[in-house]
Write a protein that binds this ligand. Structure first.
Ligand code: NDP
Length: 451
C-alpha cells in the first residue's frame, strides 16, 4: 500500500510535469494545483487510483477546439475574435459547461473553467461531463445587432462540435439570455434540428423556470447549509456580494428571501454600498433592462448608497461574503480584512474567486468556506434539469425546479461534509468537494478503460 507521503511525492511530480506541459496558463495550473494537493488521502486509501495515467488523463482535455470568429460591426468594419471550446471529460455524460465572452478569455482560462466543471458536475450526481468555452469578444458597448452577428459567426463554427448527446453549452460571464437566443437560433438554422443543445434558453421556448436564478439561489442555499451545520442560520445577517450580473443578482434575491441583507454589489468600475440593503428592483432595472453600470445605482438610490470607484466590496464589514464576479477577485489582504471584521461564512458564487493564500487564511481562522465547485453547482444542476425537461417535451413548475435545486444543494453539502470527515479533514469543504467529485469521475474512468 502506498503511504500518504509517497502519494504526495507522486502528485508533486505529476504537477511539475503538468506545469511543464502547460506553460503560460496560470489559471489552469492554479485550478489543477488546488485539486491535486487535496487528493493524497484518497489515493493513499484507494490504490486503484494510483494507476498510471489516471490523473494525467484527468488533467488533459479530451478535445480542445480553437477557431476564428470574424464579424462586422454596425459601421461595416470587420473584427476577428478567437473562439474556444474545451471538451474536458465525458466519463459521466455529455460535456456540459458555459460559454464566457470577455476580453480576458484565453485557452488557459477556458481550461481552468473546464477542469473545475468536471468535479462540479460530478458533485451534482446528474450524469454530465465537464467542458467550457467562450471568446475574447466584449459584448459591453455593442448593439444588439452586433452581438447577434458575433453569436451567429461563433455558432457557425461551434455547431460542428456540439449536440444534445455530445456537448451542451450554457451561459457564463457575458453570455445571458440574449446571447443564448442568438446562438440557439443559428444552431437551429444550420442543422435544421430543435434539440437541447444549449441551456439557459428563454422561458417560452424550452428554457427552465429558475435557471436564471439557480446559481445565486444555490450558493445561498449552500451557505445556509454550512451555517446550519454550525447550529446557526442566515436570519438577520449582513452579506457582502461582489458582481452585479446573473449570479450576484439572484444571490441578493435569495439572501433577502431567507432574511439576510446584502449591502453591496460591484462591477469592474468599482462597488456600491447601500446601508439600507440593495434595492433589487432598481439593480435589475439598471443591469438587466438598461445594461448599465453600478454607479448609476448609487446616483438613483439616494442618500443610503454610495459608489466607491475602483474599490473592492471586501472592505465593508459583514457576516457573510459571497464573491460572485470573477476569478482571483478576493486575495489574502481582502481575506484578512474580512476576518478582522468578523466574517463567519465565505461561499463562492464565482469560479475560483478566492486566491489560494486567501483560502488558507479562511480555513486557518475556522471560517466556513464553500468552494465554487460545490457552492455554485446549482446553475449547472438546473441546466441538467432543463435538458431533462426538453427531452420529455415538458416544463416543470418553478416550485418543482426550486425544490429539486434545494434538494441537490443540500445533498452536495452533505456529500462534501461527510467526505471531508471520512478523509480526516473535518469542516474542510475544499477537500470534501475535490475528493467526492474526483471519486465519481475516477470510478467511471477506471470502468471505461484507457481512453
Ligand atoms: P455576468 O456576466 O452576468 O456578470 C459578471 C459580473 O462580474 C459583472 O458584474 C462584471 O462586471 C463582473 N466582472 C466580470 N469580470 C470582471 C473583472 N475582471 N473584474 C471585475 N469585475 C468583473 O456573469 P455571471 O454572473 O454569469 O458569472 C459570474 C461568475 O459566476 C463567473 O465566475 C462565472 O464563471 C460564475 N458562474 C456562473 C454561472 C452561471 O450560471 N451564470 C454558474 C456557475 C458559476 P463588468 O460588467 O464590469 O464586467
Amino acid at each position: 500500500m502506498t503511504t500518504r507521503s509517497e502519494t504526495k511525492t507522486t502528485l508533486a511530480q505529476l504537477l511539475t510535469e503538468i506545469e511543464d506541459r502547460n506553460p503560460a496558463q496560470p489559471e489552469f495550473l492554479q485550478a489543477v494545483h488546488e485539486v491535486l494537493e487535496t487528493l493524497a488521502p484518497v489515493i493513499a486509501a484507494r490504490p486503484e487510483y494510483a494507476e498510471p495515467g489516471l490523473i494525467e488523463r484527468l488533467c488533459e482535455p479530451e478535445r480542445q477546439v480553437m477557431f476564428r470568429v470574424p464579424w462586422q460591426d454596425d459601421r461595416g468594419r470587420v473584427h476577428v475574435n478567437r473562439g474556444f471550446r474545451v471538451e474536458f471529460n465525458s466519463a459521466l455524460g455529455p460535456y456540459k459547461g458555459g460559454l464566457r465572452f470577455h476580453p480576458s478569455v484565453n485557452l488557459g482560462v477556458i481550461k481552468f473553467l473546464g477542469f473545475e466543471q468536471i468535479f462540479k458536475n460530478a458533485l451534482t450526481g446528474l450524469g454530465i461531463g465537464g467542458g467550457k468555452g467562450g471568446s475574447d469578444f466584449q459584448p459591453h458597448g455593442r448593439s444588439d445587432a452586433e452581438v447577434m452577428r458575433f453569436c451567429q459567426s461563433f455558432m457557425t463554427e461551434l455547431y460542428r462540435h456540439i449536440g444534445e448527446h455530445t456537448d451542451v453549452p450554457a451561459g457564463d460571464i457575458g453570455v445571458g439570455g440574449r446571447e443564448i437566443g442568438y446562438l440557439f437560433g443559428q444552431y437551429r438554422r444550420i442543422t435544421n434540428r430543435w434539440e437541447s443543445v444549449l441551456t439557459g434558453k428563454g422561458q417560452g421556448w424550452g428554457g427552465s423556470l429558475i435557471r436564471p436564478e439557480a446559481t445565486g439561489y444555490g450558493n445561498v442555499l449552500f451557505a445556509a447549509a454550512m451555517l446550519r451545520q454550525r447550529g446557526e442560520d442566515l436570519e438577520g445577517r449582513t452579506a457582502v456580494v461582489s458582481g452585479s450580473g446573473n449570479v450576484a443578482i439572484y444571490t441578493i434575491e435569495k439572501l433577502a428571501a431567507l432574511g439576510a441583507n446584502a449591502v453591496t454589489c460591484s462591477d469592474s468600475s468599482g462597488y456600491v454600498v447601500d446601508e439600507k440593503g440593495i434595492d433589487l428592483d432598481l439593480l435589475k432595472q439598471i443591469k438587466e433592462v438598461e445594461r448599465g453600470r453600478v454607479d448609476t445605482y448609487a446616483e438613483r438610490r439616494g442618500a443610503s448608497a454610495r459608489f466607491v470607484p475602483g474599490g473592492r466590496v471586501w472592505e465593508v464589514p459583514a457576516d457573510i461574503a459571497l464573491p460572485s464576479a470573477t476569478q482571483n477577485e478576493l486575495n489574502s489582504d481582502d481575506a484578512a480584512t474580512l476576518i478582522g471584521n468578523g466574517v463567519k461564512v465565505v461561499s463562492e458564487g464565482a469560479n475560483m474567486p478566492t486566491t489560494p493564500d486567501a483560502v488558507d487564511l479562511f480555513q486557518q481562522a475556522g471560517i466556513a468556506f464553500g468552494p465554487g465547485k460545490a457552492a455554485n453547482a446549482g446553475g449547472v444542476a438546473v441546466s441538467a434539469l432543463e435538458m431533462a425537461q426538453n427531452h420529455a417535451r415538458t416544463s416543470w413548475t418553478a416550485d418543482r425546479v426550486e425544490e429539486e435545486l434545494t434538494h441537490i444543494m443540500n445533498d452536495i453539502h452533505t456529500t462534501c461534509h461527510e467526505t471531508a470527515e471520512r478523509y480526516g479533514a473535518p469542516g474542510d469543504y475544499v477537500t470534501g468537494a475535490n475528493i467526492a467529485g474526483f471519486e465519481r469521475v475516477a470510478d467511471a474512468m477506471l470502468a471505461q478503460g484507457v481512453i
